[in-house]
Ligand binder design. Sequence first.
Ligand SMILES: [Zn+2]
Length: 128
Amino acid sequence: MKDLHLPHHHGEETQLPALRRELEKTDKFQIIADVFRQLGDATRVRIFWLLCHCEPCVVNISAMMDMSSPAVSHHLRALKASGLIVSRREGKEVYYRAADTAQAQLLHQMIERVMEIACPEEDAHHGA
Ligand SMILES: [Zn+2]
């Protein structure tokens, strides 16, 4: 890392080495940007939020969302590719739910905090 001298002097110089070290991790920032791009669509946010609370099949998601199955499948594929949801096959049916990852749990909480809505499973997963 080359020494950088900022064109303006507003007092950031002491933090500069640490900030630049993090800013150079562009791959990591890209991961965040990809996740937010997934959730940059209100329908996808609704599906993801739904799957944080139950594990339905495509047909039931379609009914709950009042959307066609192909449209829902399209969103499910995108969410699955991003690792935000997982699927489980049982017989002919495939069931979907939010991934059991810290990232998915944070997004779940973020959605509810931003929307200021109550989580139907408040006691179960947000702690006391
Ligand atoms: Zn919730």
